[in-house]
Design a protein around this ligand. Structure first.
Ligand code: ZN
Length: 278
């Protein structure tokens, strides 16, 4: 069996950007231009208060809540959590980390009117205890700060290591490598690029970011998704129920799943049973 992503694609690309910096808006414009998708990990208590006290897009200021609401209200963005105050959970007493994690979820859900299920740990470091807190607080994945430099799907959603940082000098080569990757027998390849958009102001200028986007964009065999869309889709695939001889599959989820079998490619529609072969 082989997983296919929507559109019978075999590869998936995603990005995420941490912190409330005002340069996120320029990144959202690039997402729209190149039809890419990304997750923005925000700190609920770090939005600029009141009126903006400086020019937009210089990375010295955080967005106001109104600006963030307007910026991320589109199909290219997922809003996820990054801790209420951007504190280092792995160093904090458990109770303090717990408050910071749950406060962020409550705040972002109220603000955006959406259920927030994704998290990226501030400063990239986590412990077993902080991951347990995240699970109890209703989060379903935790993106870490450890880079994998591979295209594997995460085995543990609470240790979701991105492939590379966009500001890494190799990132455009890694993007070219991913685009060239054929992997006909694989279980789906994932390229996950992360960054902070304030990094694009000085050490990795926007023209390089745009070049990175242009390398990866508009490929027929790549699905462009947010982090939570990948989590939901892969989970649906992993939830398929097979008959003993694997000639039938039942999809108990709400998401249509595409699959490669010995008898060809099939769509196993949400809630339906499909017979691959008699
Ligand atoms: Zn951060």
């Amino acid at each position: 069996m082989k997983i296919y992503f929507p559109g019978f694609t075999s590869k998936v690309f995603t990005m995420s950007f941490d912190d409330d910096c005002d340069t996120n808006g320029r990144m959202v414009e690039l997402l729209k231009k190149y039809k890419l998708k990304a997750t923005f990990n925000l700190n609920g208590n770090c939005f600029a208060k009141g009126e903006r006290n400086g020019p937009l897009g210089v990375a010295k200021f955080n967005n106001t809540e109104e600006e963030a609401l307007a910026m991320f209200d589109n199909e290219y963005c997922e809003v996820a959590s990054h801790g209420y105050n951007h504190e280092c959970h792995s160093k904090d007493p458990t109770s303090k980390a717990m408050l910071d994690i749950i406060h962020d979820r409550v705040k972002l859900e109220k603000m955006f009117g959406k259920i927030i299920r994704g998290h990226a740990v501030p400063f990239g470091k986590y412990t077993e205890a902080t991951n347990e807190i995240l699970k109890h607080a209703g989060f379903v994945y935790n993106r870490t700060g450890y880079l994998s430099y591979n295209f594997e799907m995460p085995k543990n959603w609470f240790e979701w290591n991105p492939t590379c940082s966009i500001v890494d000098g190799q990132s455009r080569d890694i993007a070219r490598q991913f685009v060239a990757e054929q992997n006909p027998y694989s279980d789906g390849k994932l390229f996950y690029a992360m960054a902070h958009t304030y990094e694009f102001v000085e050490y990795f200028p926007w023209d390089k970011v745009e070049e990175f986007c242009s390398i990866i964009a508009f490929k027929d065999d790549i699905w462009y998704a947010t982090n939570i869309e990948i989590y939901d889709y892969v989970n649906a695939y992993r939830s398929l129920v097979f008959s003993a001889d694997c000639k039938m599959a039942y999809n108990p989820t709400q998401i249509d799943v595409l699959i490669g079998t010995d008898w060809g490619r099939f769509t196993v529609e949400a809630g339906k049973t499909v017979v691959f072969s008699k």
